[in-house]
Design a protein around this ligand. Structure first.
Ligand code: FBP
Length: 337
């Protein structure tokens, strides 16, 4: 019997039941995240009405001016997750240090890293934004988790997902056995399974990169994009389309739906910081999802989920999407080396 139409909580609980040793903690944590995302979706859709647009007069650890909704979404995530007893600690794009669970609340066995509002530069122009999360196990017997406990490779992720706030609100989720998409039915307040077993087509003719950085790119990226732009007049013998939403959640959702390749490479402008996108709460969760949907995710030189993290806000180059195109970009990097 198809799972289509099932609520996300029913889907998760049934998945958990398949694991006799499952304690129900993960499904409990996921239902907490689902409630937080419903609240953020509500606030984002009403931001113009309740004056939540625009900048707060503060910067995050990355030195980026924070949007009011960056801070509010972060607070919604923390407030929904801190008291439920499923987490040992948290890490957020908007907070420099680890977020410990207050002593008055029970602690759980999981760690979470999240980007509360990805693509927030789009919020005031009413374009798609989202929440990205990555769940790890907390090493046994560690009352107050430290940075060391979070420094786990992407391959150690137990679960990853993103909630996308666009024309419809959707939750995209993997617990390591494929990728499923759930649409928020606002009438009943439930995320309903609408996109089971999402698969990324192996081939594509659509690329996404911020072309305004072209003069800073390394030769393998210059070569790849040049060839796409030349289309039938060049070695690719087919025309390519280009998209850039300035919102990773929107790019990855498009690629899950119809294929494509998304590139945010390191370049001579951002080489010192290692890239633009953050490993722990952008690149790793999106890589887990893309790989579970039969795509690939690389820095150009290595599989992103094999990177040994060194810092919670570490940045990396990201090249992900349809297998054949990512393989080609990786080959161009090895040919250059
Ligand atoms: P945040 O909005 O969470 O800082 O994420 C970074 C991001 O907005 C990605 O979602 C997006 O892919 C990229 O930066 C856009 O970068 P640019 O501003 O260079 O187009």
């Amino acid at each position: 019997m198809s799972d289509i139409g099932k609520s996300v909580i029913q889907y998760i609980v049934e998945q958990q039941r398949a694991h006799p040793d499952a304690s129900g903690d993960l499904s409990g944590l996921l239902s907490d995240i689902v409630s937080a995302c419903k609240k953020i979706s509500h606030l984002v859709s009403r931001s113009g009405i309740i004056g939540l647009g625009g900048y707060a007069d503060s910067e995050n650890i990355q030195g980026e001016a924070q949007k009011k909704l960056d801070i509010i979404s972060n607070d919604v995530m923390v407030d929904h997750l801190k008291w439920t007893g499923h987490l040992a600690a948290m890490a957020s794009e908007e907070i420099e240090d680890l977020i410990q669970i207050p002593g008055k609340f029970p602690k759980g066995k999981y760690l979470i890293c999240f980007d509360p509002l990805d693509g927030s530069s789009n919020i005031d122009i009413n374009l798609t934004v989202g929440t990205i999360f990555s769940i790890l196990r907390c090493p046994e017997g560690n009352g107050t988790p430290t940075l060391k406990d979070f420094m786990q490779k992407g391959t150690e992720q137990v679960c990853a997902g993103f909630c996308i706030y666009g024309p419809s609100t959707m939750l995209i989720l993997t617990i390591g056995n494929g990728v499923n998409g759930f649409t928020l039915d606002r009438d009943v307040g439930e995320f309903i399974l609408t996109h089971p077993n999402m698969r990324i087509p192996r081939d594509t003719a659509e690329f996404a990169i911020n072309m305004s950085n072209q003069r800073f790119w390394q030769p393998p990226i210059q070569r790849y994009v040049d060839e796409c732009v030349r289309g039938t007049e060049g070695v690719r013998e087919k025309n390519f389309n280009m998209r850039w939403n300035a919102s990773m959640v929107a790019e990855v959702y498009r690629i899950l739906t119809r294929g494509g390749i998304f590139l945010y490479p390191s370049d001579s402008k951002i080489a010192k910081q290692g890239g633009k996108l953050r490993l722990m709460y952008e690149a790793n969760p999106m890589s887990f999802i893309v790989e579970q949907a039969d795509g690939l995710s690389s820095t150009g030189l290595e599989r992103i989920m094999e990177i040994q993290p060194k810092d919670i806000h570490q940045r990396v180059p990201v090249i992900l999407g349809s297998r054949a195109e990512v393989e080609r970009v990786v080959r161009y990097h090895s040919e250059k080396a």
